[in-house]
Design a protein around this ligand. Structure first.
Ligand code: SF4
Length: 397
């Protein structure tokens, strides 16, 4: 996590209304050279100032398309660090991407450290040996650092989002960037989110450790834990696995438990029932019990199309769920969060009106604070991993 210096005292002394007015005034002053992007998981105080809201990839794509059309010079990304990096990768180098609070990192992305990834890569290849007729293809969820994305690009892999993970798995298992030759075997190293990887592997009919634990063995997946010697795996497990899952997770979506699904179904059993829809970063036991699973953009579209009189429980970040609940309440659609956990992305929550105003005040004085810039040495390879995502079909993260 990066260090964010404390703001001057007067920002913390301002009321929410005064902050909102001051931000609006700064936006007017800066005009089209400024673009403010707000991720779905941001608090309402921040979202109200965004030119566009969306998931990480939608926002970065929008930034790439709009920045040149509008003559934008500064993008203020109200999200977390890897999102600002992705926006920097997809926009021209003369556009500055700003993260209002540098300490807004993504715990999941930080679970895949570049050096650990390289070490895992070398260990897996050492186990497979020089005689192995096969390849390991890395797939990085967009929730990863630019350095990891660059490693993946250099190693013949691609990025994926939560909505196109299945297509990218298919692409990799078919050989990835080059066709399969001489019956070679493919292994996928999926990082950093083991849950998205496991849920996707399961959609291919692969047996995961969840089924293995329930007595269906052996598993086609194995979890590589970078904190343990040799990833905590026996050589036989590495050789046998088709999908190697990095031991990372989202600290928000991990809080949803299978019991939450059972509980909410009991609560609504006599009042018309409830549809449970969850994000694929939830653990597989939750996804298996839910009625539907999909990315944030997919969840939003399901709720927007919901029939009046229906009840929905959503397993994703609470700010998005609460906003959706408000948006559809007047149509008679009932939306609530799944479970009683406090499912809030606390790092995203670090972005507030105070930091946003501070960044804009500096811009109006000609100073760029908190610029997120991917080093030139890794920019090209990190972009390559993004470009391999089958752009026409990769809609959302
Ligand atoms: S919700 Fe999870 S994956 Fe998304 S930014 Fe927060 S910790 Fe990272």
């Amino acid at each position: 996590m990066l260090w964010q210096p404390a703001l001057p005292d007067h920002y913390n002394a301002m009321s929410d209304e005064d902050l909102a007015q001051a931000i609006a005034a700064r936006r007017d002053q800066l005009g089209d050279i400024l673009l403010i992007l707000g991720h779905h998981y941001q608090q309402d105080d921040v979202i109200q100032h965004a030119d566009l809201t969306g998931d990480s990839l939608k926002l970065s794509r929008f930034a790439a398309e709009e920045a040149s059309k509008r003559g934008t010079k500064y993008i203020v990304f109200c999200g977390v660090h890897f999102m600002a990096e992705t926006a920097d990768l997809l926009t021209d180098e003369d556009v500055s991407v700003i993260l209002p609070d540098l300490s807004a990192g993504c715990p999941m992305a930080e679970m895949a450290d570049y050096n650990d990834v390289v070490e895992a890569w070398e260990s897996i290849h050492a186990v497979m040996g020089n005689d192995w007729n096969g390849r390991v293809i890395p797939i990085a969820y967009v929730n990863s650092s630019a350095a990891v994305k660059a490693f993946v690009g250099e190693s013949g892999g691609a990025c994926c989002t939560s909505s196109n993970a299945t297509e990218i798995f298919e692409w990799a298992l078919a050989g990835g960037a080059r066709p399969l030759e001489n019956n070679e075997q493919i292994k996928v190293l999926f990082l950093p989110d083991q849950h998205l990887g496991r849920n996707t592997a399961s959609s291919f009919g692969l047996i995961t450790e969840v089924e293995e634990a329930a007595g269906r063995a052996p598993s086609d997946t194995a979890v590589w834990d970078p904190r343990q010697e040799g990833g905590g795996l026996r050589e036989q497990q590495i050789r046998g696995a088709t999908i190697l899952l990095w031991a990372g997770h989202c600290t928000v979506h991990m809080r949803f438990r299978p019991e939450h699904v059972d509980q909410v179904r009991r609560e609504y059993a006599e009042t018309g029932g409830i549809t449970v829809i969850v994000h694929p970063e939830c653990r597989k036991e939750v996804v298996d019990r839910a009625d539907d699973v999909g990315s944030t953009e997919y969840i939003i579209s399901r709720i927007e199309q919901a029939e009046p009189g229906t009840n929905w429980a959503i397993g994703t970040e609470v700010h998005l769920v609460n906003r959706l609940a408000k948006r559809v309440a007047n149509r008679g659609v009932s939306v609530r969060i799944l479970g009683d956990c406090l499912c809030l992305c606390s790092t995203m929550y670090r972005i507030n009106q105070q930091h946003l105003l501070w960044a804009l005040d500096n811009l109006t004085e000609g100073t760029v604070v908190n610029r997120i810039e991917v080093p030139p040495g890794i920019r090209k390879l990190a972009r390559l991993s993004l470009q391999r995502m089958i752009p026409a079909r990769a809609a959302t993260a």
